[in-house]
Design a protein around this ligand. Structure first.
Ligand code: AKB
Length: 310
């Protein structure tokens, strides 16, 4: 019987993925953890405080709850990482290695760990970035994700740890706030639009980035984890793609529904991060290996979010 531990369940992705996994596997089979308790954790049927840097507590929780799968989501994202690079490196790397070690020692069935489009860098082909290409990230977050991908493949090849991963684009949801990323503008903009405020965007109007609506991200994650082991051919991390747009284009999609919405542009340090990432990525291997298909584009996502934020 599957028993799932989620690390970083209070984050933007974790909050929604935990509830989705509880629907699939049942409340009793999903144990949410985060570094601290708070309002955001009240929605979970089962919750434990866990700092992923504490390998002993992690192992104890795995034993006590007879865990078979871990979703390790805790990380410091791109913008926050640049403010404290050494802390970002330590948390992003040591946390992953603790999880891979516990999976190896206790022979867990499966591990999920998110990578990101941040693994690509300034000399990576920016349009329809292939699965296998130049990777020269220049943010500490991207460097840690690229190193993490190599650790995942290493543990799979050397120790047969069944670790699976997606290179998420910017994730857009309206249920939980994002935490310190460069793509966060595409979430913040909806809240401003709904309260009738103008939005000052921290990226230039024509900065294209790959993005994905949260329901697609949740489905991609669960589909990848439920796929037959023999179908998973990429053991670093899969490119997954849904849509690409610029701040000007998302503002215009919002204006179709809220014509009075206004946006201005004041790029800050996050512009350089966005400039180093692809415009759009090629996900044909995810489509071929485990049947990935996105369902939302910019217009259908915008309509859905603004409808729910009413
Ligand atoms: C970020 O902006 O740092 C993240 C990401 C693309 O991984 N949303």
């Amino acid at each position: 019987m599957d028993k799932i531990l989620i690390i970083g369940a209070g984050g933007q992705l974790g909050a929604e993925l935990t509830l989705a996994l509880a629907k699939v596997y049942g409340d009793e089979h999903v144990i949410a953890t985060d570094i601290k308790n708070g309002d955001h954790t009240a929605a979970f049927a089962r919750f434990e405080v866990l700092d992923v840097m504490d390998a002993e507590r992690l192992a104890a929780l795995v034993d006590e709850n007879k865990i078979t799968q871990i979703y390790h989501l805790a990380a410091i994202l791109s913008a926050t990482g640049e403010k404290n690079p050494k802390l970002a490196w330590k948390l992003n790397m040591d946390g992953l290695i603790n999880v891979l070690d516990v999976a190896k020692e206790k022979q867990l069935d499966k591990i999920f760990w998110p990578s990101s489009i941040a693994v690509f860098g300034p000399t990576t082909p920016a349009d329809l970035t292939p699965q296998h290409t130049i990777m020269d990230p220049n943010t500490i977050y991207g460097i840690s994700k690229l190193a993490g991908e190599r650790w995942c493949e290493y543990y799979f090849q050397k120790y047969n740890v069944d670790v699976r991963s997606l290179r998420y684009p910017g994730l857009i949801g309206y249920k939980s706030p994002p935490g310190g990323g460069t793509t966060d503008y595409a979430v913040d903009i909806f809240f401003k639009a709904r309260t009738g405020d103008a939005y000052t965007c921290f990226l230039n109007k024509d900065s294209y980035l790959p993005m994905m609506y949260m329901p697609d991200a949740i489905r991609a994650t669960i589909d990848l984890m439920e796929a037959e082991k023999s179908h998973i051919k990429v053991r670093s991390s899969y490119n997954v793609s849904a849509m690409s747009f610029s701040p000007e284009e998302i503002a215009s999609a919002i204006q179709q529904i809220i014509p009075t919405f206004k946006i201005t542009y004041e790029p800050d340090f996050r512009q350089a991060i966005a400039d180093s990432w692809p415009n759009a990525i090629d996900d044909q291997e995810a489509k071929r290996d485990w049947g990935w298909r996105p369902q939302y584009n910019l217009d259908s996502m915008t309509a859905d979010i603004l409808h729910h934020l009413k």
